[in-house]
Each structure stands twice: as structure tokens, then as C-alpha cells.
Design a protein around this ligand. Structure first.
Ligand SMILES: [Zn+2]
Length: 398
């Protein structure tokens, strides 16, 4: 008699796992649609400094959100595109979760002709594909999924804020971001994920920008050498002093990125300027470095020194609230069969504003790819379904 091996009873799958698989399948079936949305967004160029172009994209986005039941409104901006807010009332009565992003890019108008949107090698390439038009597309499709699963409504109130000046410092949108964050339970930021492994961002450095101006005294370099006060020489000494303020251990860096000065070789230069980027991991370092820069003294007492600027994005320090959100995301990802990592990064985003208000903030929920702000900017298409599933489930559980 043939021995019949009884198949072991399959373990009853956990309800949450079942749900996760269901969510993932939903977005896997819609992978092409998500990719198509990204293409559509990339093909409307939207440089931060071109209001008309950005507004055109804003109008398209508002239409897409209204189609899935959102109430869209614009916060008018004079020098930038209008910032787009979309509210979804939600079935449950609770504070909204704020989904935060931007739809401006760093690429000047016309970049598309040299860097067209294309797919190949499993990727979608194009200006802003990663930073962060894929994030905007994921957000749209995640909300669409939530409505499909919850009887044409989202399970909880959701506010979407997409600003238009993030790539140039968010001066015009900061107050809107902060006021919506204060009313929210949590903030999920759709900026690109970190690295090719797609880690979330639980800490970001704060960012400052300063300009130093040295005024010396012009004179003929041959006839009146001793009567001149060389602003460039003074600036060179200042730059050396500034470089010594870098403290890698504390995550404090200063980068003099632009210098200018002088007029001709035979004129002792009366003017020199330098602009620098400052990154701080901790708020108290922001205050300290600001003071150090402001109290720089001229080496040549006959030169005048002016320092303007500030730390305009406070650091997003890893917080308990952010860590709890990350843990939720980690568990959701686990249910999707994926080990989700976290990272602390040097770049700032609007998440820095909301986190420093004490609102739990999780960043890096957007696309996975490479080359933000560069000619090889691209996203990995196969990552889209699980990113959308992660976002949708985070909205359900945040
Ligand atoms: Zn961005």
C-alpha cells in the first residue's frame, strides 16, 4: 500500500497579512497606471521660479484629486505657483493625517527636451521623477485605493498639501505647512526614499544659508599698493576660519559654495562675497553656529565684515513620535514581506518644519530611485506597488 503523506494543514493566515496581500495585489494590478501618472506629471515641467508652468501642473493635480472625492483649494502665492491643499473628510471622526509634498522641481524650463521622460531598464527617467513627482503619484493612487476598500471614502480624515517652493527654501509655503501640521495627528512626507534600498527618513539635518561680504578699499596695485585694503585676501582668511568650524562628529558642516570679488588684476579689490551652506544635526548647534558666524571678526581691521543669513530649516531630530510612526511602517512592510530600514540624512525637507513643531513626522515615503536633481534622475518601477501599499496602510493606521 502506498503511503499517503497527509499534507499538513496550511496555517490559517493572519487577518492582517491577508489584508496586506490584498492591498499589495491591488497596487500591483495598477502598476502601469501609477507609472503613467508619474509620466504625466513629469511631462509638465514645473521649475520653482516659473509660476505659470507650476500653476498648470497644479490645476491638473487639483482635477485628479477632485475626481477621487477630495476638496481642492489653492493658497495663492505671488511669486510661486499656488500651493495646493486637498481635504478628504474621512469616515472616522479624528484629526487628519497630513500628506506633505511639493510639485516644483529644480530643473529649468526646457530640460525635458534634453532629458526626456522615458522608461527603460525597469526605470522611469526624467526631471523630477524621483524628487518628487513619483511621491505625488503614489499619494494619488494610495488615496484611490483607500476609497476602493472603504466604500468610496477614506477611513480617516486626510489633508494633502503640495507646495510649489520647496526646492527654493519654502519661504512662501512654510506658514501653511506649519498651520496644517498643528491640526494633524501625524505628517507623512512623500519625499524620495533613501538609497536604492528605499529606507525611510527619520532624521534630517537642518539647513542654513549665509552670505559674507567683505568691504576693503580699492587702490591702484602699482601706484598705491599700500593705500588699498584687499577684500579678497581678507575673505580668503575668513573662509579658512569658517572651514575650521566644521565638526563631522556633531554632524555640523559648512560649505563655501560660491565666491566672488574684485574687478581687474591691477586693482586692489574693494569687495568680496562668499555664500555658504550650513548643515546641523541638532537644534542647539544651529543656534551656536549662527552666533559663531555672526561674531566673525575681520583679520584686517580696516576691512568691514557683514554676515547675513540664517538656519532656515531646523533639523528634524529623531523623535519618539517619529520613531513610533516608523515602527508602524516597519510592521506594515513586514506584512508585505519586506524589511524596511530607516536613515538619517543630510538634506532638509518641509518635514523639518513639522517635526520641529513636535508633530510626529515620517519622511521618505515617496519613490525609490537615484539621481535626484541630476541628469540620471530615475525611479525603480517595480518598487511602486509596495510603496503605495505601505502608504495606504500607514494612512489607515497612523
Ligand atoms: Zn523634494
Amino acid at each position: 500500500m502506498k503511503k499517503v503523506l497527509k499534507k499538513p494543514q496550511a496555517p490559517q493566515p493572519h487577518a492582517a497579512l491577508d489584508e496586506s496581500a490584498e492591498r499589495l495585489r491591488f497596487f500591483t494590478e495598477r502598476k502601469d497606471a501609477i507609472t503613467e501618472t508619474i509620466r504625466q506629471l513629469v511631462e509638465i515641467e514645473s521649475p520653482s521660479d516659473n509660476k505659470a508652468a507650476v500653476d498648470e501642473l497644479g490645476a491638473l493635480l487639483a482635477g485628479r484629486f477632485e475626481k477621487i472625492g477630495g476638496h481642492a483649494k489653492f493658497h495663492r502665492a505671488q511669486n510661486f505657483g499656488d500651493h495646493l491643499q486637498v481635504d478628504f473628510p474621512g469616515a472616522r471622526n479624528s484629526k487628519p493625517v497630513l500628506l506633505l509634498g511639493h510639485f516644483d522641481t529644480v530643473y529649468p524650463m526646457g530640460t525635458l527636451s534634453a532629458m526626456p521622460c522615458r522608461t527603460g531598464d525597469g526605470r522611469l527617467w526624467g526631471p523630477g521623477a524621483l524628487d518628487m513627482k513619483s511621491g505625488v503619484a503614489l499619494l494619488l493612487h494610495a488615496l484611490e485605493g483607500l476609497r476602493a476598500w472603504h466604500g468610496d471614502t477614506v477611513p480617516r480624515p486626510v489633508t494633502v498639501l503640495l507646495v510649489t517652493d520647496e526646492e527654493v527654501g519654502s519661504e512662501s509655503s512654510r506658514r501653511i505647512t506649519e498651520s496644517l501640521a498643528r491640526k494633524s495627528e501625524a505628517v507623512l512626507v512623500l519625499e524620495p526614499s533613501y538609497g536604492i534600498q528605499g529606507a525611510l527618513k527619520t532624521a534630517r539635518k537642518g539647513v542654513g544659508e549665509y552670505t559674507i561680504r567683505v568691504t576693503g578699499k580699492a587702490a591702484h596695485s602699482g601706484l598705491d599698493f599700500d593705500k588699498g585694503e584687499n577684500a579678497i585676501v581678507e575673505m580668503a582668511k575668513q573662509i579658512t576660519a569658517i572651514s575650521k568650524l566644521v565638526d563631522r562628529k556633531r554632524g555640523l558642516t559648512l560649505n563655501v559654495g560660491v565666491i566672488s570679488g574684485g574687478t581687474r588684476t591691477n586693482v586692489i579689490p574693494a569687495l568680496a562675497t562668499a555664500s555658504l551652506d550650513v548643515r546641523v544635526a541638532r537644534m542647539k548647534d544651529a543656534t551656536a553656529i549662527d552666533r559663531q558666524l555672526r561674531t566673525l571678526k575681520p583679520f584686517n581691521r580696516k576691512c568691514k565684515l557683514e554676515i547675513i543669513g540664517a538656519v532656515n530649516r531646523p533639523p528634524m531630530e529623531r523623535s519618539a513620535g517619529g520613531a513610533t510612526l516608523y515602527k508602524k511602517a516597519w510592521e506594515i512592510a513586514k506584512g508585505l514581506g519586506w524589511k524596511l530600514e530607516e536613515a538619517s540624512v543630510g538634506g532638509g525637507s518641509d518635514g523639518n518644519f513639522t517635526a520641529s513643531l513636535g508633530i510626529p513626522t515620517l519622511d521618505g515615503l515617496g519613490g525609490v530611485g537615484e539621481g535626484a536633481h541630476a541628469t540620471h534622475e530615475s525611479i525603480i518601477i517595480s518598487e511602486l506597488p509596495r510603496r503605495a501599499a505601505l502608504l495606504a496602510q500607514l494612512i489607515e493606521r497612523a
